[in-house]
Design a protein around this ligand. Structure first.
Ligand code: NDP
Length: 422
């Protein structure tokens, strides 16, 4: 019996909430709270009569710590799942600290306003010291470690698919298949087609910021940064087929470099079609990806937020998307003195996801692990004071839960490896 407060009611939240409602034995009570309460109420109405989970809804602006604290004091949850935006990570963690409630999220902190001078000074110092220029990094949330330890509460960071499941795959590979892992290639392939010339599969602002940034990878103890889309490859994905993919910076590289002992290289690749890349470059060239406010007809607008209003809502892609995703990791390393390579991956079918929860596979592959991370914390299987990434806990119960709750995985012991060219 447990009470979970869920903040956010977008594409990922909608899946996480429906999965909690399929598991009413653990999630006896949930409260869906977001900036737009009507969305929470609509989801509650949709689920009425289909679940034993008792659902409440609330309005909260999680940019304001005091509002989150008041909501926590009122609802008294055992844990809080943050599936709003990365901008709210720190205010929500502050509220959890103030009230002694466990915290789970799916993405690390980045600021909404990258012109904020206080943030920028720290960011520029980090770029120089660590050698990567992504706007997001774990330092902000890792900084809460001692405070969470002292408060006796758990923060579980990054329980989506990537980061999340890919990080748990890494812990599982290390536990069961290797004495030492030397390289990790994380491959994120979306073989789905929604029929639009251009749309993003999750929040456009977060997605476009990520994809238009410099790439980077970890090698021999340091970051190597590349131009956006500078490193290209092709891979023949099981159940999807051959796709072009590009090296990106991705947040789990930072935590895996710290938590997988002896790892020599970690790279992340994502597949993109040419149409997506051409649209993105054009939007970037005309300034539509900018996060800096501009004056227009006497009103201040942020170009990327205006673009978000024009693009299809990711939640609306569900009924149109056909095809499959394949996301996983190729590991090389040694076991009993012998070199070996394995590939652990999940394949998810967009149309099957839609049939089950009325959303496409990108929200599904993130929402299911968000529910599982909450399950691990609420059932005490992953619970200790401090701030942790998912690969720091025993991967076995999480891997079992993936099979049970809709994201079955495959271990291939003789995979094709990745060849890159620029
Ligand atoms: P959406 O934009 O669909 O949903 C975001 C939700 O958060 C909306 O309901 C929005 O409310 C709400 N929200 C935004 N600001 C606030 C605020 N200040 N206070 C309260 N609620 C707020 O995003 P997604 O569902 O696509 O993504 C959710 C999270 O999942 C993001 O952090 C994203 O980075 C992460 N993610 C992680 C992945 C992984 O594999 N680890 C993959 C994909 C996404 P409103 O309706 O009012 O706008």
């Amino acid at each position: 019996m447990s009470r979970l407060l869920i903040i956010g009611c977008g594409g990922v939240a909608s899946v996480a909430i429906q999965k909690c409602c399929q598991n009413s034995e653990v999630f006896t009570d949930i409260c869906i709270a977001s900036r737009t309460k009507e969305k929470c109420d609509a989801l509650k109405d949709k689920l009425a009569g289909t679940t034993k989970t008792r659902i409440e809804t609330a309005r909260v602006d999680a940019d304001h710590v005091e509002e989150v604290i008041a909501l926590i004091k009122d609802y008294k949850p055992d844990a809080l799942l943050n599936v709003a935006l990365p901008y709210q990570d720190l205010t929500i963690m502050d509220a959890c600290l103030a009230t002694g409630v466990d915290y789970i999220d799916t993405a690390n902190f980045e600021p909404e306003n990258t012109d904020d001078q206080e943030w920028r000074v720290i960011y520029e110092k980090r770029c120089e010291e660590l050698g990567f220029t992504a706007l997001f990094d774990y330092s902000w949330q890792w900084d809460y470690k001692e405070r969470f330890e002292n408060a006796g509460i758990t923060a579980l960071l990054g329980s989506g698919f990537d980061p999340g499941v890919t990080s748990v795959f890494s812990a599982y590979a290390l536990k069961h298949y290797f004495d030492e892992i030397h390289t990790i290639d994380i491959l994120d392939c979306n073989g789905g087609d929604h029929g639009y010339p251009f749309a993003t599969n999750f929040n456009p602002e977060i997605n476009l910021r990520e994809v238009s940034s410099n790439g980077s990878y970890w090698e021999d103890g340091r970051w190597i940064e590349t131009e956006p889309m500078e490193i290209k490859s092709k891979y023949n994905f099981p159940e999807v087929g051959e796709k072009d993919m590009y090296l990106l910076h991705h947040e789990e590289i930072e935590s895996l470099a710290k938590n997988i002992p002896g790892v020599k290289r970690i790279r992340f690749f994502m597949t993109f079609g040419q149409s997506y890349l051409t649209h993105m470059k054009c939007l970037e060239n005309v300034g539509m990806l900018s996060t800096s406010p501009i004056e227009f007809n006497g009103q201040e607008i942020v170009p990327i937020q205006f673009l978000k209003a024009l693009l299809p809502d990711p939640a609306s892609l569900g009924p149109r998307t056909k095809g499959k995703t394949n996301i996983g990791c190729i590991f090389t390393g040694v076991k009993d003195g012998k070199e070996k390579t394995i590939y652990i991956y999940n394949v998810c079918d967009h149309e099957e996801c839609y049939k089950e929860v009325e959303s496409q596979a990108i929200s599904y592959t993130t929402g299911v692990p968000a529910m599982i991370g909450s399950l691990m914390v609420l059932t005490g299987q992953w619970k200790k004071p401090g701030v942790f990434n998912v690969e720091e806990f025993d991967p076995d119960p999480y891997m079992e839960a993936l099979n049970k709750w809709g994201l079955p995985w495959v271990v291939c012991e003789d995979p094709e490896t990745v060849t890159v060219w620029r």
